[in-house]
Every structure is written in C-alpha cells, then in structure tokens.
Design a binder for this molecule. Structure first.
Ligand code: SF4
Ligand code: SF4
Length: 397
C-alpha cells in the first residue's frame, strides 16, 4: 500500500470508527462520552459534535482523556503556545487514524503568527513541516488558512491571502507527499468574516470553513453556511459561547454552556463545534450537550444570557465601528483580546496578542470627544470597554 492509499484507507477507517463511537455508553456506565458524530462536508470524515479546541492546552493527559471519551477532532495551531507540542506528547498513545487533526498555516510565534500575504510556497511547506514535527505525526487531516479578516481590513487583500497561488501550490505538493489531506479556513473577523468565508466556499478550493457562530446575531452567516452545505463544504463552529463561559446563570454554572452548544448543533448544516476545554470538569460538562436536543428551557437560558451580556459582547466578525476612530484604534481586535483575557482565562495569550496590535487602546483614556460613541448598533459602551481592555492587557499599565 503506498502512502496515498494508506491515507485513503485511514479516511475510511476514521469514518467507520467515528460512526461507531469509541466509548459509547453501554447504558450501565455514567462515563461521559460523545453521542453523535457528523460528516465534515464531502471529506468522508466524521467528527465528534463536541470537539476539542486546543488554544489553551494544559497537559497531554487532557488529549488522552478526550480520546477516551470519544472526542476525535482536535484543533491546534503553531501560534497557540505549546499546543502542538502537548498534543505531540500524547501521540504515541493514540491510534493516529482514530483522530482528526487540524493545524494552521502559521509561524511558531506568539499569536497571531499567520503566514502573511506574499508568503512563498516554501513558507507554507515549512509551516506544515514544523507542525508535523511538533505534533509527532506524519500527516495533518486539515490545514487552515487561519483567521481571515484579522491581518487585513481590506477584503480584497485578504482574499488574495485566502486564494494565494503559492499557498494552493504548496497544498497540492503537501497532498501529493501525503502530508496534508484537506484544506480549510477559519474566521473570527474582525473584518469581513462572512464575505471572506463566502469567497472560500465559492472558490471550490476548501473542504471546510470554521466561522465564529453562536446564538447572538450574525446576520449574514446563515446564507454562507447554507451555500457551504450545498457545495459539500463542511462547517465547524467556534466561539460558540458568545464570549462568556462563567456567567453563573445557575447554581452549578452548567445550563448556559450546554444551551449554547445545543443551539449551535441544532443547525443541521453544522459538522460540529470546537471549544476550549481547560479542565477535565469542563470536558465532562460539555459532553452533556453531545447528541442532546435543544429545548424551550435552553432558549430561555440563552434569552437570559443575551439580556445580561448583550451590551458587553463585541460580535466577532463585526467591524462596524472601527472607521469612526480618528486614531485608528483596532476596536474589534482589542475587544476580542479583552474577551480572551476576561472570559476565557487566556491572559498570557491575550496580552501577547494585544501587544502585537499596531494601534491598541492606549489613547482612549485621554480621548475627550470619543467619535466611537454611539457607533455600535448593539449599543456597546466602546470607550469604557477599550479603557478596561488597555488597563488589563497592557504590560506597562
Ligand atoms: S475612545 Fe477615542 S481613541 Fe478610543 S476608539 Fe473611541 S474615538 Fe478612538
Ligand atoms: S463594538 Fe459593536 S460595532 Fe464595534 S465591532 Fe463590536 S459589535 Fe461591532
């Protein structure tokens, strides 16, 4: 069997294994487990509906535990700290063809390390080879052009990064060498999320897209998702908790995340979702949403959350206010990093990312006539949130 035949066989083996959950409950055990696996577009792969976001990975034992519970899809990137290395530590104890790994075209720098427009074919190949070495594997199931709308506010420039000939040639070569199986792309904005993901779907080059998607409003995304479905492009949701994980809406703090996940998964077009799992308790809680039905009680929880948080949640993918600032403060990016800092417990990554911005919120505190006031259609108090973000994340504050 040559390498390509092996990878094809691995695809079918993964699909078959996923169709029969690795650790489905036998009815007598309370062991948490994935209850549902869904197709990823036309790839032939099936992923656990609740899957593993490796953005904040504490130890390789989390990966082993996730596999034990039936999670089979793992999302990582070279610029997620030591995420790839940590998954690599677990790799010797996992049957590679039972899991699906996504990494990104990024440098091994602090986030954001995405390869920029103008990168050469060899840069893309080198990025993948770095990931393979850190992950201790010889192939990636998916490689993503990462974070559309984050490097360039200009949609046309970002489209060039998305559809770069150098990148596409690298992907063709990597596929031929058996190092990559499928191509995908992700976006959490801040600029042009829907436009860029629609361009990815229309191009025919991408097997999967990964948008920010949750119960808060993303007006144009449903059309993109439907089009993806029509074309056999898988859709995996991220940022499904709308920014907040620990709202303590109920005594145990369980109802909100489960309702938010079930809302995402009730959309039939979704292949699944990824979520950062910091602890085993997180994982065991989140798996309660696997295969579960969205109910009226869940909707009531989400309505309650929206009422409390509506005026603090900066919609990822929205960039409506940014042009209003004469100083060019990157409002949406600052507020997204604030979300990582305040709500996700990812303080270090948030501070590093904030430090990498060209124009952070240093000047907001002294801004006496804030032109951004009233520019958010969701009525966020932009200046106040930006000042808080700068105080929290600035190394010199
Ligand atoms: S407070 Fe002033 S400096 Fe800060 S974003 Fe608003 S307009 Fe720009
Ligand atoms: S503050 Fe409001 S207008 Fe600005 S990016 Fe966030 S949600 Fe959009």
């Amino acid at each position: 069997m040559d390498r390509r035949d092996f990878l094809k066989a691995a695809a079918f083996a993964t699909a078959a294994a996923a169709a029969k959950p690795l650790h489905a409950s036998d009815g007598a055990s309370d062991k948490p487990s994935v209850k549902n696996y869904r197709q990823i577009g036309k790839t032939g792969l099936k992923m656990s509906d609740i899957s593993f976001g490796g953005g904040k990975l504490s130890s390789s034992s989390m990966i082993l535990r996730a596999v034990d519970y039936g999670i089979n899809y793992f999302d990582t990137a070279p610029d997620y700290g030591q995420s790839e290395e940590t998954i690599g530590e677990a790799m010797g104890k996992i049957k590679r063809d039972k899991i699906i790994i996504t990494s990104k075209f990024c440098n091994h720098f602090p986030y954001p390390g995405h390869l920029s427009l103008g990168s050469k074919k060899q840069d893309y190949v080198t990025a993948v080879e770095g990931s393979l070495s850190r992950l201790k594997t010889d192939y990636l199931d998916f490689i993503f052009v990462h974070a559309l709308g984050e490097m360039n506010k200009d949609a046309e420039l970002e489209k060039k990064r998305l559809l770069s000939d150098e990148m596409l040639e690298a992907v063709a070569a990597l596929k031929k060498a058996g190092k990559v199986r499928f191509l995908g792309t992700s976006s959490h904005g801040p600029a042009n999320m829907e436009t860029l993901l629609a361009a990815a779907v229309a191009s025919g080059h991408f097997d999967v897209i990964m948008p920010s998607f949750n119960f808060m409003k993303f007006p144009k995304l449903p059309d993109v998702i439907k089009e993806a479905r029509k074309k056999g492009v898988g859709v995996i949701a991220m940022k499904t908790l709308a920014g907040a994980k620990e709202m303590n809406l109920d005594a145990k703090g369980e109802e909100f995340p489960l309702a938010a996940f079930k809302w995402v998964l009730k959309q039939q077009e979704m292949s699944g979702l990824i979520v950062t799992m910091k602890t085993v308790s997180d994982m065991e809680l989140y798996l309660k949403a696997s295969g579960a039905k969205f109910t009226a009680a869940d909707q009531a929880v989400l309505d309650r959350y929206a009422g409390l948080y509506d005026k603090e949640y900066c919609r990822t993918g929205c960039d409506d206010c940014e042009a209003s600032c004469p100083k060019g403060v990157e409002i949406a990016s600052v507020l997204r990093y604030r979300m990582y800092f305040r709500d996700y417990g990812m303080e270090k990554r948030a501070m590093e990312s904030y430090a990498s911005l060209k124009t952070g919120a240093a000047s907001c505190a002294e801004c006496s006539e804030p032109a951004c006031t009233g520019k958010c259609p969701h009525e966020l108090p932009i200046k106040e949130l930006l000042c808080d973000a700068h105080d929290a994340m600035s190394f010199s504050a």
